[in-house]
Every structure is written in C-alpha cells, then in structure tokens.
Design a protein around this ligand. Sequence first.
Ligand SMILES: NC(=O)c1ccc[n+]([C@@H]2O[C@H](COP(=O)([O-])OP(=O)(O)OC[C@H]3O[C@@H](n4cnc5c(N)ncnc54)[C@H](OP(=O)(O)O)[C@@H]3O)[C@@H](O)[C@H]2O)c1
Length: 267
Amino acid sequence: MKKIFLTGASSGIGKAIAMALTEQGHEVWGTSRDASRLPNISRLHPVGFDLSDPRSIEAAFNSALAQAGHFDVVINNAGAGHFGPAENLSAETIANQFQLLVFGHVQLMQLALAAMRAREHGLIINVTSLASRLPVPFMAAYNAAKAAMAAFTMSIQLELPDSRVRIIDLQPGDICTEFNSAVDKRAQHDSRYEAEVAKTWVMVERNMAAAPKPELVAGHVLKFIDQASPPPRVTVGDTFQSKLAPFIFRFLPQRVRIWGLKKYYGL
Ligand SMILES: NC(=O)c1ccc[n+]([C@@H]2O[C@H](COP(=O)([O-])OP(=O)(O)OC[C@H]3O[C@@H](n4cnc5c(N)ncnc54)[C@H](OP(=O)(O)O)[C@@H]3O)[C@@H](O)[C@H]2O)c1
C-alpha cells in the first residue's frame, strides 16, 4: 500500500487516477477547491487546495503530510486552461496560467522533494501536456506554461542528486474530460480573429469528444508507481497524438511544423 498526494482528484484525469489507486488498496489524499466535489470512496482523504494561492498549497500539503506521515507518490495534476488570441491576452490571464501551471506546480514539487528527502525515496509525477511541444492555437499562455513546467522538470531531473527519488513528466495528448468546460474564454478579441477562434474551438471540442478516456492515463500511473526506474517523460493519448505526431515533428523544420499544425486545426 502506498500513500499518495494527488491534486485535482475531483474530475477528469485526477478522478480516474484516484479511483484506480484506491481500488488497488492505496491511500490517496485527493484535492479539490471544493472538497464536496471529490468522490466519496474509501481510502480517499479529501483535501482543500487552491493552486492560485501559495498559502493554500503549503497548508494543504503540510496538513495531509501530517496525517499521512509520509508520501510515496505526489501527483501534480490539477490545472485549467484559457482560450483566446495571444495578441489580446491580458497580463492577468497570462499570470493566472503561470501561477496555476508553473509556480503552483513547482511549489508543490519542491514541498514534495523536501518531504521525500528524509527517506531518499519517492515518485513525483508532473502532469504537463503534449501542448508543451505541439501547441494548440489560441491557448498561448497554457502552451507556454506547460512548456515551462516541462523544462523545469527536465532541469531538476538533470540536477537531482543520486537517490531513489524519481520524477516523471507525464504529457497527455487529448483526453476526454471536463477540461473544456472549465476553460476561461473571457479574452477580448477583435473581429480579425473571430472566425479562426470559432473554427479552432470546434476542432478542440471535436478532438476532446473523440479522445481516449482518462482511465488510459490512470493505467499508466498504476504501472509507474511500481517501477524502480520509470520513464522521465511519457506521452499518453491516442496513437497519432502520443506516438506518430511527436516522432514526425522532431525531424521537421519549424516552417513545416507551423504549416502542419495550422492544417490540423483547419486554420
Ligand atoms: N484533458 C486533456 O486533454 C489534457 C491534455 C493535456 C494535459 N492535461 C492536463 O491534465 C490535468 C488535468 O486536467 P483534466 O483534463 O482532468 O481537467 P478537468 O476534468 O477539468 O480536471 C481539472 C482538475 O483540476 C482542479 N483544478 C482546476 N483549477 C484548480 C485550481 N485553481 N486550484 C486547484 N485545483 C484546480 C479541478 O478541481 P476543482 O475544480 O474541484 O478545484 C479538477 O479536479 C491538467 O493539468 C491539464 O492541463 C489535460
């Protein structure tokens, strides 16, 4: 039995991970901004947690740690996106994305590392996104924040002293969750973008509806928590998004990458 701290356990990928882990007999401290949204299942300990507030991150982790005694695994999963033209994005939207997806995730990773240092053992899974490498149009701050978190994760993988603490950068492609319904679409945009924004949103919704279920990600997590040497980075999604597209992308000149992504989104 492992003790696991999991953010964003109320919905989508996090909820599927929470269900899979507790079914296997693991104890999960699962977070939400509203603990009543968490599934009412045994071995799931509800934790209130808001990524937009650094004090909430620290208090939530420390009180869960005091209850658990230690964590074998910390899963940095919670997050949300925005949608609108990069040209018109407000500084507030950009800052909010970076608070949630970079500063909040880094803060939790550092808390987890400090807690794991004493035992020199543990696994941290940072859920970033395939969007860190293959950006989605009109999600510039989200793409950039996920790319920053992926780079931060790789940097820490380079630096970590020899120990049995491992970190995985888990990059989902499209996974069918509630993610789109929480997307912040308040960005002001001028008429030049209207048609393209609408067209891309249709594509984004269509991709999400056709995407694999979050249980696919949960299945990978179940596998990783038992591996002595899990992969440092893994992409999870359908075969095209998780295998073919990143492979082909690697060898293309930037001009062709941009052309290909525009074609993919119908722009
Ligand atoms: N679905 C995809 O296609 C996809 C692809 C690549 C990466 N991802 C990443 O996977 C992670 C999970 O997304 P999902 O698809 O499962 O979305 P989801 O169904 O919308 O779930 C998001 C989770 O994050 C929590 N959350 C949102 N904002 C938060 C905040 N400010 N503070 C604390 N918790 C917050 C939500 O909890 P409450 O609202 O209850 O607080 C919820 O449990 C995210 O990091 C997302 O960027 C998703």
